[in-house]
Design a protein. Structure first.
Length: 600
């Protein structure tokens, strides 16, 4: 649907615009407004750069931003109510200073990029400044790289709004100085449990760009399906759900290119050695173990997987490493990022009871343990992963270091993605010298709280709770979800994941990712489960959840994210509503506490 049509359906533009506080999300690190009143914006607002405008990324980035500005003629739904603990944004009415608006309209966006060659890789400079000065006809954007300039465009398109008729204005002249707190700011999309189509992937990337999230962690496959075409082993695609639910090499490259044009890195994940059945078993059933077992939790000695269907790569079979190497090398040629995620979570010991290679390996030396088996994987697989390109850096789930079946020694240059036990595990990993991506399930798992997906589950067959002091799985308990309850935007935004870390440990936090595991996610619901909650993470890792005095700004975030949800929908991203519309139109009328300082 065309953006303008969506905007009309939502009745976003109004016939009479009152004073608005143009408060973008994520909040810039520094923003200051002048006192000279609103400034008109010419149509079209043209781009001027300090170099050849054939730079397609910059040129197309501005084209997208201007198309959104012109089509939506955006107006935030409500004014931020004054709160004693902060200085409100300016509130000059668009109706004021008509002569001033008419005399010096904005007609140009001047962009100066210092380093045009900087690649979109981890640690690239994403800073920018944006200035609209009284009496000037130009927006001045200065950025070290093209990627910072793209972020400036997404800020600018939020602060240019409708004048209530057919025109556009900037509420007041403004100075913004902005840069991210963390270089790694992401969401994780799972296409192994359920297939996600390219249009829906592009939709998530559009939402990420508006939220200044810069990493799509793409969990490509899992034990249930293998959707990627691999030329080295074309038979692997037989384990896709259908011929239509696959990604060709061209498809995967299109995702990378679409993301790059929006300053987003795509980091692929092939989960190994666990969560590995589909695809691999088509190459050779001998490199996968326990695929014919029952996975269930009801008889623990037979337990081979945390969910159906079971399957793990055979760590001792030499052919495993040949196949893994060929698949990994091919995917490395498709995904241009220097980082690659190689899984390593949730190794299930009982699964290896079905492997003659592992059984014989244990018999050769009875002193061997499953920790030794995990170390065997590290010793044999990591050299394969690291030798594809000299810039390669690996990401692994923390399990390989902290689970009961952990390896003895894992190289410290591997980035650990932490998902268990919140700050305790983050502290453990950073104290031991690992760089960490924060994905704590208690705060950032966006799939949580929707109940369990496994069927024939007697735990739901409970009509009353005999002991209210010990809530069971369903009645009065966690609603059938191991990671319940649902992670609200406030739960995400209020997560202080550096609590009690030393300064040295804090330096090991590279950023955070909000995962959305897809057992109960497909095209129909993916956007509503990501958005707008992922935007709360966007601000958390861009400019933080505290003001310059160290006070939580959750209350200030409320109207910002409620307006931003409407903005996402207007831009074609099917974000879920967070509140009744009454709360959107009446800022802070729905706060639990009248005390605006209740959140510390």
């Amino acid at each position: 649907m065309h953006l303008a049509n969506i905007a009309q359906l939502l009745l976003i533009a109004t016939t009479s615009v009152a004073a608005v506080n143009v408060n973008p999300l994520p909040a810039p690190r520094h923003i200051s407004w002048g006192k000279s009143g609103p400034k008109s914006v010419a149509s079209p607002l043209k781009l001027s750069t300090n170099h050849d405008t054939r730079d397609e990324i910059l040129k197309e980035g501005w084209h997208r931003a201007w198309q959104s500005i012109a089509a939506l003629r955006w107006t935030p739904a409500a004014i931020e109510a004054p709160i004693s603990s902060f200085e409100p944004f300016p509130s000059a009415t668009p109706a004021a200073s008509k002569a001033k608006r008419a005399s010096v309209p904005l007609s140009l966006v001047k962009v100066h990029v210092e380093d045009l060659r900087a690649d979109l890789q981890h640690g690239v400079d994403e800073s920018y400044t944006l200035d609209i000065k009284e009496g000037s006809a130009a927006v001045q954007i200065n950025a070290q790289t093209v990627w910072g300039a793209l972020h400036a465009f997404t800020t600018l398109q939020q602060i240019i709004i409708s004048d209530g008729n057919l025109g556009l204005l900037v509420e007041q002249p403004v100075h913004i100085q902005d840069s991210p707190l963390y270089p790694y700011r992401g969401i994780m999309m799972d296409t192994g449990r359920n297939f996600i189509s390219l249009p829906k992937i592009f939709e998530q990337l559009d939402g990420m760009a508006l939220s200044k999230l810069n990493v799509l962690h793409w969990h490509l496959d899992d034990s249930q399906s293998w959707p990627m075409v691999i030329n080295a082993y074309p038979e692997m695609i037989k384990d896709a759900y259908s011929a239509r639910e696959t990604y060709s090499r061209k498809d995967m490259r299109r995702v990378v290119e679409y993301a790059r044009a929006r300053a987003i890195r795509v980091i692929p994940e092939v989960d190994m050695p666990s969560h590995s059945s589909a695809g691999w078993k088509q190459v050779d059933p001998e490199i996968v173990t326990c695929i014919d077992s029952w996975w269930s939790n009801d008889v623990w000695p037979l337990h081979t997987a945390v969910e159906p269907n079971p399957g793990q790569l055979d760590i001792i079979n030499p052919k495993t490493y040949e196949v893994v190497g060929n698949v990994y090398k091919e995917l490395s040629g498709i995904f241009s990022d220097n980082w690659f995620h190689v899984g390593a979570d949730e190794i299930q010991p009982n699964c290896f009871n079905f492997s003659r290679h592992v059984t014989e390996w244990f018999e050769e030396d009875p002193s061997r343990t499953y920790n030794d088996l995990a170390q065997h994987w590290v010793d044999h697989a990591i050299p394969i992963f690291q030798n594809v390109r000299k810039e390669r850096r690996l990401i692994m789930w923390e399990d390989i270091v902290l689970s009961p079946e952990h390896a003895h020694e894992v190289p410290k240059n591997i980035v650990m993605q932490s998902w268990n036990n919140g700050i305790d595990y983050i502290s453990n990993l950073t104290a031991n010298g690992y760089d960490v991506i924060v994905s704590s399930s208690d705060f950032l798992y966006l799939d949580c709280g929707h109940g369990g997906f496994v069927t024939n589950d007697p735990r739901y067959n409970v009509m009353s709770n005999p002991d209210p002091s010990t809530p069971n799985f369903n009645y009065g308990g966690i609603g059938g979800s191991w990671c319940g309850p649902y992670k609200s935007w406030q739960r995400v935004y209020d997560y202080d994941f550096t609590t009690n870390l030393t300064d040295a440990q804090k330096k090991h936090i590279v950023g955070a990712t909000a995962p959305l595991w897809a057992e109960q996610v497909d095209d129909v619901v993916i956007s509503s489960k990501f958005w707008p909650r992922a935007a709360a993470l966007g601000e958390l890792v861009w400019s933080g959840n505290r003001d310059e005095n160290g006070k939580k700004r959750t209350t200030l975030m409320t109207q910002r994210i409620l307006n931003f949800r409407e903005y996402l929908v207007a831009n074609g991203i099917m974000a879920a509503p967070l509140v009744p519309k009454y709360c959107l139109q009446h800022p802070h009328a729905c706060d639990l506490n009248q005390d605006q300082d209740s959140i510390q």
